[in-house]
Design a protein around this ligand. Structure first.
Ligand SMILES: Nc1ncnc2c1ncn2[C@@H]1O[C@H](COP(=O)(O)OP(=O)(O)OP(=O)(O)O)[C@@H](O)[C@H]1O
Length: 328
């Protein structure tokens, strides 16, 4: 099956600034694909290449098997695009603007404007220039979704939306997937993508450093373990165990050990069981922590198979559950 999005070795320079350094991506039909990275990582640049607002310096990008330049207006019609920075024309109100866009699309989407505006509590009679950030975002979302495109490319879609409207966005995203659409959404907030995405790519300094199932990523983020023993123990018993990282023994008492556990909990459990354990606290790390691992020290992040048994994209939820139970 032709991927909906395929990028190979995408490079983009803005003058002397190399924004993308060889981005590879493949997004399949019907996926909700999260594109995560910190500010300046290259998310918006990649997205603008997908929708033909920019052309690559090197490498290739295809959407529905066509380069965005070759796909032209017909391809653009199949895409709903929410830019990261919304620029609206002066002197129009929200309704006039959306109806104008619908007219440019041959009338497609016009019947859905009112329904979507209602969903997002958007007052269509308000002048665009007078809209708050959140209301501007609603206009951006309505224009992206209204013509029921096959692909939605959304740059930070929930930016500026309150939790209730974020929920509306997720429901709309789910509805779009149910009718067969593919979603590509960028974010610097992992929690936001985790709610809707199946697979996630992490981009850092212009390169995709990881692509994985969201749940597998969560498993790889690992768990923070806190142990308290009845009598002093030695750090050497724990700090080189498989799956154990960053082990620290509180020097003031010699009985409180904290560490990061990734993967099989048994070596740590067995080592701990040689002593009398009086406290055993395990906390799932958030995807944010994994993200920070990439951001701060990419070499420290373990390869996939040290924490999950399956290849990328396989279901690891059960395994994680087992890990948690064993750890408890
Ligand atoms: N028009 C431009 N001219 C020069 N440099 C640019 C331009 N647009 C982006 N850049 C640079 O390219 C790099 C990638 O920027 P990009 O906007 O794609 O990142 P991003 O991941 O979308 O970040 P953010 O979350 O802050 O929007 C950054 O170093 C940025 O400063």
């Amino acid at each position: 099956m032709t991927p909906v999005i395929r990028a190979r070795g995408l490079v983009k320079d803005y003058g002397p600034v190399r924004a993308l350094r060889g981005v590879d991506l493949e997004v399949h039909p019907g996926e909700v694909f999260g594109f995560l990275g910190p500010n300046g990582a290259g998310k918006s640049t990649t997205i603008r290449l997908l929708v033909d607002l920019l052309r690559p310096t090197a490498g290739t990008v295809e959407v529905f098997g066509l380069t965005p330049a070759a796909g032209g207006a017909e391809l653009r019609m199949r895409i709903g695009y929410l830019p990261g920075e919304l620029a609206f024309p002066a002197r129009l109100d929200a309704g006039e603007y959306l109806r104008h866009l619908a007219a440019l699309r041959g009338g497609r989407g016009r019947p859905r404007i009112d329904e979507l505006a209602q969903r997002f509590s958007l007052d269509l009679s308000r002048p665009l220039q007078a809209l708050s950030k959140g209301n501007r975002q609603k206009v951006g979302l309505v224009q992206a979704f209204m013509h029921e495109p096959d692909l939605l490319v959304l740059d930070e879609p929930t930016s500026g939306l309150d939790p209730l409207l974020q929920r509306e966005f997720r429901l709309l995203a789910q509805k779009s997937v149910a009718r067969g659409a593919t979603l590509f959404l960028s974010s610097h907030m992992l929690g936001e993508v985790e709610e809707v995405a199946g697979r996630v790519a992490i981009i850092r300094e212009g390169r995709v450093v990881d692509v994985d199932d969201v749940r597998a990523l969560r498993a790889r983020a690992g768990q923070q373990v806190l142990l308290r023993f009845a009598e002093p123990v030695s750090l050497a018993e724990f700090d080189s165990l498989p799956g154990v990282q960053d082990a620290v023994l509180d020097p003031s008492d010699g009985v409180s050990l904290s560490c990061l556990l990734r993967g099989d909990p048994m070596p740590l459990l067995l080592a701990a069981a040689r002593h009398r354990v009086v406290r055993w606290q395990v906390q799932d790390r958030e995807l944010e922590d994994l993200f920070l691992d990439f951001y701060r020290a990419p070499d420290r992040t373990p390869p996939r198979d040290s924490a999950t048994s399956g290849p990328a994209g396989t279901e690891t939820g059960t395994e994680t559950g087992t890990e948690k139970e064993a750890a408890r």
